[in-house]
Design a protein around this ligand. Sequence first.
Ligand code: MG
Length: 214
Amino acid sequence: MPGNLSGTFNVLRLFTNPSLCLPHHTISTFDQLPIPLSSAFAGRHGNEKPADIRAVVLDKDNCFAVPQQNHIHEPYSERFQQLRQAYPGSRLLIVSNSAGTSSDPNGAEADLLERNTGVQVLRHSTKKPGCHSEIMAHFRNAPDSGVTCASQVAVVGDRLFTDVMMANMMGSYGVWVREGVIEDHGLLTRLEKGVSGFLLRRGYVAPDPRSGFE
Ligand SMILES: [Mg+2]
C-alpha cells in the first residue's frame, strides 16, 4: 500500500472531532518522559480517579531514535532502560510506521530494532493511527501485560495525527514528544503544531480515555 492511507482517511475524522489530535501530556524530548507514566496524567480534572497505566506503546522515528535508524538515540538510553524496567515484557511495545510494516517487507528492520532495544516490535498491516485493534489484540493475548482496558495504555510519539490520534481513537492516553530527536520543519509537522495551538487556545482538551475494549 503506497504511503499511509490509514493516516489520510483518519485525519478526516478531525473535522467532526478535532480534539482527537490533542495529547494528554506533552514533553519536549524523550528523555523528559515521566516514569511511571501514570504520574503524567495525575489529577487531570482535579478529583477524578488517577490513571492506571500498565503498558506503553512507543513510536520509534523521532521519538527515541533518529528517523530511519533502528537503535536508541544515545542520549536517551538511560531513560529508555528505566522505561523497560518499569514496563517489562509485553508491557512495552514498539509500534512504528516504518519498522514492522509493509515498508519493511521481510521484517529485517523490525528484527534489528528488537535486537538493539530488547523490546518487541509490532508487525502490523495497517499503519498508525488505524492499527489500534492490532495493538489491543497484542495486549489481550499477552496475559503478563495486565491490560484489561484501553485506558490502561499510554501511547508515546512525535506525531499528533498518527500517534496521539491513535491513542484517542483507542481510548488510551497520548503523550506528545513535541520536538523529537531532530527538528522537523516539514509541512505536516507545522500543520500539526498550528492546529493543536489553535484548538488549545479555543479551550479544546484531549478526550477522556475510556474503559473497555472496542
Ligand atoms: Mg515518529
